[in-house]
Design a protein around this ligand. Structure first.
Ligand code: TTP
Ligand code: MG
Length: 369
């Protein structure tokens, strides 16, 4: 495999940072974002917390009641999760990140791998410069900080990103990988959970360095051929897993309830235009193009009707989406007498590339592609 330069970008205390952005006056206080279960006032778990709160031992996964106890007597801010808001910010940032990569892989709402081998001409100096540029861009455009790890593969990039947080930037060149990993606990490796950690500890393997020196055959005997070899390679910082776009969705859609049941096209379009904008931003953030537009109408009696139209060439145009949507609703309302209760928009027949069939030669097919 050719040498690569891979970056992992992880947004800092993401949900809580989004809340700080929305309301900067809470920044200096502990901010705890919670998933309330609704049983009693404080039942549920902490989704994430800002670093001020983490200082008091408040972190993802602990019960809200425990977080309150740890912050007793301290003026703090407890907020419910607002996933739609975080997703909106995430979509924009992911779009920016993708534009700086040769290939791109979003791992979660706040984390993505970028293969930047070509973009940085295989130079770690250039890759670091690019990382700084990306960090500045995200900060200037979205007022958010992130931590970035740079390394020869995903495994090293991920551990490097975790190494210095928040607002970190850690570069690990190929020749430094073994030295960088050696003192870290085995737990830092993807795939090493509590159980494996215990097993390794009982063999006196505590750090990645210990694991790297541990007999491969013994690892295979203990964990099986695949996992044993994986642990051995991981400890040496070896990872050939490519950075590639995760499976694309079949369709992207949104549906929403109208203020009141209606047959009025203007009222429906008012809502549907907003849905189109939402669907469109998700489409663009994923770098996709559509051919099929579907409208859905949930009638006042809860019957679901749908109409769709497929256009010839893939596009990511919002204008075309709105135009198709409008025609479909118009036709639907002309033909039926239902009162719409909810309306939805979906795009499908998705692809990654706009139709490039623009010249006569490619239209008739050319021998070299
Ligand atoms: P993480 O990136 O793991 O955490 P983080 O961004 O809050 O903090 P860090 O600065 O260490 O990167 O997760 C991203 C988001 O996912 C996080 O903001 C909230 C959510 N999340 C949960 O809801 N529950 C969890 O247990 C974890 C770990 C995260
Ligand atoms: Mg994060």
């Amino acid at each position: 495999m050719h040498p690569r330069i891979v970056m992992l970008v992880d947004l800092d205390y993401f949900f809580a940072q989004c809340e700080e952005r929305r309301n900067p006056s809470i920044k200096d206080k502990p901010v705890v974002v919670c998933v309330y279960s609704g049983r009693t006032e404080d039942s549920g778990a902490v989704s994430t917390a800002n670093y001020v709160a983490r200082h008091y031992g408040v972190k993802s996964g602990i019960p809200i009641s425990l977080a309150k106890k740890r912050l007793e007597g301290i003026e703090s801010v407890f907020l419910p999760v607002d996933k739609a808001f975080y997703k909106q910010i995430s979509d924009i940032i992911m779009y920016v990140l993708r534009s700086h990569s040769d290939s791109f892989e979003q791992v979660s709402v706040d984390e993505a791998y970028l293969d930047v081998s070509k973009k940085s001409q295989n130079s770690y100096v250039a890759a670091k410069r690019l990382a700084k540029k990306i960090k500045n861009e995200i900060f200037n455009q979205q007022q958010l900080t992130c931590s970035v790890g740079i390394g020869p593969n995903k495994l090293v990039a991920k551990i490097a990103a975790d190494y210095q947080k928040p607002d970190g930037l850690t570069t690990v060149k190929p020749e430094d990988v073994i030295r960088f990993l050696a003192p870290l606990p085995v737990r830092s490796l993807v795939g090493v959970g509590k159980k494996t950690e215990k097993k390794l500890e009982s063999l006196n393997v505590h750090t990645i360095g210990h694991l790297a020196k541990f007999d491969v055959q013994k690892l295979v005997d203990l964990f099986g051929r695949k996992l044993g070899a994986y642990f051995h390679n991981s400890a040496l910082g070896v990872d050939d897993d490519p950075v590639e776009e995760r499976g694309d969705p079949e369709s992207i859609g949104r549906i929403s309830t109208l203020k009141e049941d209606t047959q009025d096209l203007t009222v429906i379009l008012d809502k549907a235009n907003k849905l189109c904008e939402d669907v469109h931003s998700r489409l663009v953030a994923k770098g996709l193009f559509y051919k099929t537009v579907t409208i859905r109408v949930v009638a006042d009696n809860l019957e679901v009707h749908s109409r769709s139209n497929t256009i010839e060439n893939p596009t990511n145009s919002l204008e075309i989406l709105k135009k198709e949507m409008k025609e479909l609703f118009k036709k639907f309302l002309d033909e039926s007498d239902v009162y719409a209760r909810r309306v939805g928009i979906t795009v499908s027949s998705l692809s990654r590339k706009e139709n490039q069939q623009k010249t006569i030669t490619s239209f008739f097919g050319s021998s070299n592609n």
